[in-house]
Ligand binder design. Structure first.
Ligand code: ATP
Length: 259
């Protein structure tokens, strides 16, 4: 693949699963700095499992994951925390913290053992509060927030961690359409302006087609990867769901219910 050598994260012939249970294999993709990528696929196909493998939270079965040309498994825990941040669907146990306190936790990989914040740490916290429209909510407890506000706080914490790679498992679950779009546009801006590589799982295929630079489709076979346009041209979305229920309209890039 042209330009592959310069990519920030690469998965090659990756197989994922649990013990002897194979969930998905033939996973191949490469993403550069500043790219926003969605992982899509039907329920239970392995999106969250892949996310946990990419985040170093669970071992792969076989194949390679490399970040900046280093094997992911060889990164020490402290290097891993400076390389990638993971935003999972499960809400944090620390909901009693204020918005500002939770975002400040993102600076943990850089602070000393008593957690003293430098001016640099404070700058990252302020920038993250600002970027995710949270300045007015900074002293609110996280348990007082709406789902959309809490999701913004969790992503802001990942931004404060200032890692080149950010992984998010279903960041738009439970949100209405407006707030789904808001979150995805904030992620797009974070990728493009701050030059982060961002990968997230989603069921919002229409929105991913409109907002992402790349999409990985987990289909249980070849797992196609490419730009939304390439995947539409190659008719990969048509094959995602059983055709008697929904059909993909390539002109609008969206799914329609078959009447
Ligand atoms: N801890 C586990 N141990 C064994 N199997 C698991 C475990 N977690 C998930 N699985 C199985 O792995 C497969 C993939 O699950 P995963 O949660 O990755 O799918 P998904 O694509 O994220 O699904 P969804 O869209 O419903 O969230 C499923 O068959 C699931 O039952």
């Amino acid at each position: 693949m042209v330009g592959e050598a310069t990519k920030y994260i690469k998965a090659h012939e990756l197989a994922i699963g649990y013990g002897k249970k194979l969930v998905a294999n033939n996973i191949n993709f490469a993403l550069g700095t500043g790219e926003l990528c969605a992982i899509v696929g039907v329920n239970g196909i392995g999106k969250s499992t892949l996310m946990r493998c990419l985040g170093g939270l669970q071992p792969k079965l076989s194949g390679d994951i490399s970040i900046s040309d280093s094997d992911l498994a060889a990164l020490s825990p402290s290097n891993l925390a400076k390389t990638l941040s993971v935003v999972l669907t499960e809400q944090p146990a620390s909901k009693n913290l204020t918005v500002q306190e939770l975002i400040t936790l993102g600076r943990q990989p850089y602070t000393n053992w008593i957690g003293t914040l430098t001016s640099q740490d404070k700058k990252f916290v302020e920038e993250s509060l600002d970027a995710f429209l949270l300045k007015e909510l900074r002293f609110k407890k996280c348990h007082e927030l709406s789902d959309g506000q809490l999701q913004r706080v969790l992503i802001a914490r990942a931004m404060a961690q200032d890692t080149p790679l950010i992984l998010l498992d279903e960041p738009t679950t439970h949100l209405d359409l407006y707030h789904k779009v808001e979150i995805l546009k904030l992620l797009q801006r974070l990728a493009h302006r701050n030059k982060k590589t961002i990968i997230f799982t989603t069921h919002e295929i229409d929105l991913a087609i409109q907002l992402c630079d790349k999409i990985l489709i987990l289909d249980g076979k070849t797992n196609p990867f490419g730009t939304p346009c390439e995947l539409i041209e190659q008719k990969h979305f048509e094959r995602l769901f059983p055709s008697e229920m929904v059909e993909f309209d390539a002109k609008t890039g969206s799914f329609k219910v078959k009447k």
